[in-house]
Design a protein around this ligand. Structure first.
Ligand SMILES: *Cc1c(COP(=O)(O)O)cnc(C)c1O
Length: 421
């Protein structure tokens, strides 16, 4: 550890508690609603729907569960009901975000679907609408799109929704990272035919875990709620006609979430201040912060930056390690991340694109490099040539914890700046 290191670790993003959470947990305890039924869950569902401007929310154990149930419901709606849940999408292609956390699209695979990855647009770091259009041209039969907002900085989900409508496809919006962000005044989480939000421990508000599925369709909400509680039929005994899951939110977890919601705007304001201090601190460096797309208001969940090409030192990564060659006046994500770590501060590489993952490398991938010159395979001799791979190569997430002090952040800024010396 560096001698000038932070005494207390500076984190990427950790839970920020306020006290109200305990009150609702205590209430669950005192009334003995310690299971998956109770007032906290009802309240979380009410508030989540209201906050996202959707009619219904279903409280679940996590966002991944919400995405799974959305994918299954979409699969059954599009292709008919299968005898068992696994395989609602058997053998069907689904267009998916590429630069995202793998939980966005793993549920497509749970249901037997085949993710086809859509490249990222450089201007927004989110799904490229041009590549999505190209993908529909190539595969007009595709009827489902799963698209995520990255780091709380939305791209053009409104346009992606329009493209889906034009092609008669359903949209699942993974708003796990984007709660509270807006696009032309409309909340993220309200664009999908199904949307999912997360209360995972590192998100903008948290229940330690948990998530909700959002929908405007009461029948969807009822079906998903039923599936999440082992798909019990309405009968005096355990009666089953469909495969179910144990995916319901706990009323204890819901207490924490309920206590967090009133602080969502405060957390967004803190995250925004962090982003703006970074932008100011780096304004004379050859870097760009996460882009803010016209007409959007991010929730600023994670501040990230990308280093201009000419200022990148040599860096190579294989499936588990990264190496770089230090060079005067230049730097690279690996050097910055290692330097931050030596000062006891946590950064993180950009989410590694799905088409570069060993798990999904063999899948189809559509990239248009922002030029309309589209191709379906990004790997050519010598490396990847696509927007996602480039952002992964040159970008990193900065410490973005709400509780980081201005002094701590100033020091983080100095540490990053020193890497360019
Ligand atoms: C965190 C996250 C998820 C998963 O959320 P859980 O609640 O942990 O299941 C899904 N998608 C994205 C984009 C995420 O960041």
């Amino acid at each position: 550890m560096n001698t000038g290191a932070f005494k207390n670790k500076v984190w990427l993003a950790t839970p920020t508690m306020h006290g109200d959470e305990l009150r609702y947990v205590q209430q669950a305890y005192d009334t003995n609603w310690m299971s998956t039924v109770g007032e906290n869950i009802n309240e979380v569902e009410r508030i989540a729907a209201e906050q996202a401007e959707m009619k219904y929310a279903v409280g679940l154990s996590c966002c991944t569960a919400a995405l799974h149930l959305a994918v299954r419901h979409a699969g059954e709606t599009l292709y008919g009901k299968s005898a068992v849940s696994h395989g609602a999408l058997e053998g069907k292609r689904v267009f998916c975000s590429d630069m995202t956390f793998d939980a966005t699209l793993n549920p497509v695979v749970y249901e037997g679907g085949i993710p086809v990855f859509i490249d990222t647009e450089a201007a927004s770091w989110n799904m490229d609408p041009v590549a999505l259009e190209k993908a529909f041209e190539m595969y007009p039969d595709v009827k489902l799109v799963v698209s995520a907002e990255l780091y709380g900085f939305p791209g053009r989900m409104d346009l992606i929704k329009k493209i889906c409508e034009k092609h008669g496809a359903l949209l699942i919006e993974d708003a796990a990272e984007a709660m509270g962000a807006t696009i032309h005044g409309r909340k993220c989480g309200s664009f999908g035919d199904y949307s999912a939000i997360s209360y995972n421990g590192n998100k903008i508000i948290t229940g330690s875990a948990g998530g909700c599925l959002l929908t405007n369709d009461l029948a969807v909400a009822n079906k998903v709620r039923k599936w999440s509680t082992q798909a019990r039929e309405n009968a005096p005994w355990y009666q089953h006609e469909e495969v179910g899951y144990n995916y319901r939110m706990s009323n204890v977890i819901a207490g924490i979430v309920r206590g967090q919601y009133p602080y969502l705007q405060e957390h967004i304001a803190q995250k925004k201040a962090i982003y703006e201090r970074y932008r100011e601190g780096f304004k004379d460096l050859p870097v760009q912060m996460n882009p803010i797309t016209d007409g959007t208001e991010p929730n600023y969940w994670l501040s990230a930056m990308i280093i201009d090409k000419e200022y990148m030192c040599k860096q190579v990564r294989d499936d588990s390690e990264a190496l770089y060659i230090p060079e005067k006046g230049k730097t690279c994500p690996t050097e910055i991340l290692e330097t931050l770590a030596s000062y006891n501060a946590e950064g993180r590489p950009i989410w590694k694109p799905m088409h570069m993952q060993p798990l999904y490398r063999a899948h189809e991938f559509v990239t248009c490099e922002g030029s309309g010159r589209c191709r379906t395979n990004a790997y050519i001799a010598g490396g990847y040539v696509d927007v996602g791979a480039d952002i992964f190569d040159r970008g990193l997430c900065l410490p973005s914890d709400n509780k980081m002090t201005v002094e701590e952040q100033s020091k983080v800024i100095e540490i990053v700046r020193s890497c360019f010396n």
